[in-house]
Design a protein around this ligand. Sequence first.
Ligand SMILES: [Zn+2]
Length: 76
Amino acid sequence: MKYLLLFIVVIVGLMLHKKQRGASESLSRAQRDAQRLRAPEPMHACTRCGVHVPASRCVWDAQQRPYCCAEHARQG
Ligand SMILES: [Zn+2]
């Protein structure tokens, strides 16, 4: 009977430890998502058609003009 009580205490302790660790991991993931969402990315209008494109997806020509795609950059 003494060992059963000890076994239950150990199992409950492990469950609480695991639950606490999982909560702190999900909190840090939420903080990373919040930081990523907070950083705005500049938008540029395509020189050819005017569609707004995030700066990371723009195609730039030799004069550093932004385009929405390679086809519009080629057409100028
Ligand atoms: Zn375009």
